[in-house]
Design a protein around this ligand. Sequence first.
Ligand code: IPD
Ligand code: CA
Length: 250
Amino acid sequence: MSSIATDLALARECALAAGELLCGEFHRGSSVNSARGKDIKLAADLLAEEAILSRLRTHSPHPILSEEAGEDAGFGAAGLRWVVDPLDGTYNFSRRLPLCCVSIGLCDGDRPVLGVIHDFLGGVTYAGAIGLGATRNGEPMSVSTVADRAAAVICTGFPSGRSYDDASLLAFVRKTQQYKKVRLLGSAALSLALVAAGHAEVYHEEGINFWDVAAGLALVAAAGGTFQTRAAGGRWQFEVIATNGRVSAS
Ligand code: IPD
Ligand code: CA
């Protein structure tokens, strides 16, 4: 097995193990560790993170950046590095809104090259790597062939630090009104998986954290789409546009 295929198998195994724990927490109701502004942290975030990081550390030499734990000392700027969001869509999860997932990406330097996104409530695992292609529950998947913005679905989101002032919301309306449909799922990772699987054409979000999108960007590229990222202020914050490669989002 190539090293990227080995990494893909490991990421899938970690995502499934975390997903099993998260399913239990979802139905039991996970305790709230903190709630500040529009953000929330649950015991479930840490439980899933521990399950993923302990496996990755045992079976892989690559350093890790993870939402709750931060970055390993040796994370650096080059080479292969894991980028993990143990639970994306935490607020949805806390409200038993079944749109959340585990997201495990591998980057080569800053470039996402491999991703596994596990929709543990829906029982759907999206996996792929650049050069290996992408699958949905083991079946090949690819981006859609829709080319016209007026026929396209755009997925976007409001990060917890987003401005809700009139000017900012007006810019949002202008950006989205040329599309057929707009979707705000509350999970950037799941939104990207849906672009990779051909259910939507575009994902665009400003001020999104890298761990929310790393796996999904690799999946979109592995499924035939394209993406661009642009630094947006904070150390791990970006403006991200990912598309099926046919609809122009700029
Ligand atoms: C959030 C989701 C959401 C995005 C927020 C993220 P979390 O991640 O990805 O779609 O709009 O910016 O914080 O906190 O649920 O892991
Ligand atoms: Ca998270």
